[in-house]
Design a protein around this ligand. Structure first.
Ligand code: NAD
Length: 497
């Protein structure tokens, strides 16, 4: 049921967000009592005062997680028990969709429609899907002679740390929490400092669903404090990080400098949207092009910001995408008529604006956007044409609504330019020719290639990056379970006969 703008505002008016940490089944302040404010980026209004967790708090959370892990209450529970609890979490998230979506929209500046899609759909579906896997994941038996039986079994890795970004707070929390808990890990989660509130509220719902004390712990804080403490902790067995490539590198170092914990990295991108000359320029293609770039205000790791268009189609493509993008409405994220909300912070807006200036300085043609008169940190969707591969706006991740159109002469040139990047998260290809589609899909060095439509895949398909967009780990699909599992061989000598 879709509510009206005033109904969403009424829900916002009733919310009293909780900013406390959640450690060992209790909501609490940081050990030193320090707090920081989280604000609504669309208005600057302070939403809550949040516990600023540091090493001492992460230590407490890990000790609780270890105690319950070793006790086996969750880690060795019947898989059906974990399944029932995760299904209950899914049900509670669905029951509280409106409240959680409003909280997410206030804390992030994302549109209420996007928040409803994510929290009414993807988040509970995640818990449900991994719940269903809990009692359907089997080990293997190796082929041996009659003198032995060799079992290949999977065991929970132990304590899973997760450090999250601000652009999809509750979705990212679900991506890490659902598979780690499904296999029996205990978890210590650090939401991004800009957007801790929905993850803290999720902890309340998880407790209500019956997750035992200590199995899930939330330690809000900053990267240099809580994030680093997780990365360097000697009793965390595996850490799953989503965020920038720069910080992802640090997690590799933290692991080397501490206990060599497993590290799963999902990081940045500079993904291409390739339109080959045989593609049909219809409304559907233009819609995919626009959404691939401007969904979530461009604050999306797989945003297709380099749009490589076959030269004969460039003029028509440019005109049509401008017409489509002009109809996007910026404004109050709680208004269901709004298409694009606020950038996350003033610093982030300033950074995006500096990229727009660099595009102008380097000679690209800005054909629309680039500013906003609204208070808050809004930026109008911005389109450049005549972007060339060496420009900064073509090479660096901007993480804002800045689309660059790059004309290409041939399929091979499109492939070469699309591949010429340090990143490798995603690519979209439009063509009517099945052979070209398969050639491009095989040749593009990235974790997801989407043909004739922009899609990141769904719960069932692994998501992650090649090159500096990721480690070999994947989120989503059955592949995500591997981040939270150890493999054990049990070799049993048997009497032949
Ligand atoms: P970020 O790297 O600045 O922060 C991510 C998390 O790391 C936050 O929780 C932050 O507090 C923490 N952190 C920051 N510095 C740290 C440090 N020194 N030690 C330990 N932890 C630290 O990224 P962001 O700005 O929150 O998110 C944007 C980035 O995330 C973009 O690059 C985007 O592409 C990427 N992202 C990737 C995916 C994916 O699945 N590949 C999804 C969403 C976002």
């Amino acid at each position: 049921m879709t509510l009206s703008h005033s109904e969403f505002k009424a829900i916002a008016g009733r919310l009293i967000p909780n900013g406390q940490a959640f450690i060992d089944g209790k909501f609490c302040d940081a050990a030193d009592g320090e707090k920081f404010d989280t604000t609504n980026p669309a208005t600057g209004q302070v939403l809550a005062s949040v516990a600023h967790c540091k090493t001492a708090d992460v230590d407490r959370a890990v000790a609780a997680a270890r105690r319950v892990f070793n006790a086996g209450t969750w880690s060795r529970a019947e898989p059906e028990v974990r399944k029932e609890v995760l299904l209950k979490i899914a049900a509670l998230v669905r029951e509280h969709t409106h409240e959680l979506a409003v909280l997410e929209s206030l804390d992030t500046g994302k549109t209420i429609n996007d928040c409803l899609d994510e929290i009414g759909g993807e988040v509970p579906n995640f818990f449900q899907w991994y719940a269903e896997l809990a009692d359907k994941t089997f080990g293997k038996i190796a082929p041996t002679g009659p003198g032995a039986m060799a079992l290949i079994t999977k065991e929970p890795a132990g304590i899973a740390g997760a450090v999250l970004p601000w652009n999809f707070p509750l979705v990212m929390a679900a991506w890490k929490i659902a598979p780690s808990l499904a296999v029996g890990c205990s978890a210590v989660i650090k939401p991004a400092e800009q957007t801790p509130l929905s993850t803290i509220r999720l902890a309340e719902l998880m407790q209500e669903a019956g997750v035992p004390d200590g199995v899930i712990n939330i330690v809000p804080g900053f990267g240099e404090t809580a994030g680093k403490a997780i990365g360097l902790h000697n009793d965390i067995d595996t850490v799953s990080f989503t965020g920038s490539t720069e910080v992802g590198r640090m997690f590799m170092r933290y692991s080397g400098d501490s206990n060599l914990k497993g590290v799963g990295l999902e990081m940045g991108g500079k993904s291409p949207f390739v339109v080959l000359e045989d593609a049909v320029l219809n409304d559907e293609l233009i819609e995919h092009a626009a959404m691939s770039a401007f969904w979530n205000g461009g604050q999306n790791c797989s945003a297709n910001m380099r749009q490589l268009i076959a030269r004969p189609l460039v003029e028509e493509f440019t005109g049509r995408i401008i017409d489509r993008v002009k109809s996007f409405r910026l404004g109050d994220p709680l208004d269901p008529a709004t298409d694009i909300g606020s950038m996350i912070t003033k610093d982030h807006k300033d950074m995006v604006m500096s990229y727009i200036q660099s595009g102008v300085d380097e000679g690209a043609d800005k054909v629309m956007g680039g500013g906003s008169d609204l208070p808050g940190y809004f930026i109008e969707p911005t389109v450049f044409q005549n972007v060339t591969p060496e420009m900064r706006i073509a090479r660096e991740e901007i993480f804002g609504p800045v689309l660059g159109i790059m004309p290409t002469k041939s399929t091979e040139e499109a492939l070469a330019v699309a591949s010429d990047t340090d990143y490798g998260l995603h690519a979209t290809v439009f063509t009517q020719d099945i052979d070209r589609a398969i050639h491009m899909a095989r040749a593009l060095p990235c974790g997801t290639v989407s043909v004739n439509g922009f899609s990141e895949g769904d719960i069932k398909t692994p998501f992650g990056g090649y090159k500096q967009s990721g480690s070999l780990a994947r989120d989503n699909g059955t592949e995500a379970l591997e981040q939270y599992l150890q493999t054990k061989t049990i070799w049993i000598q048997t009497k032949a006969g």
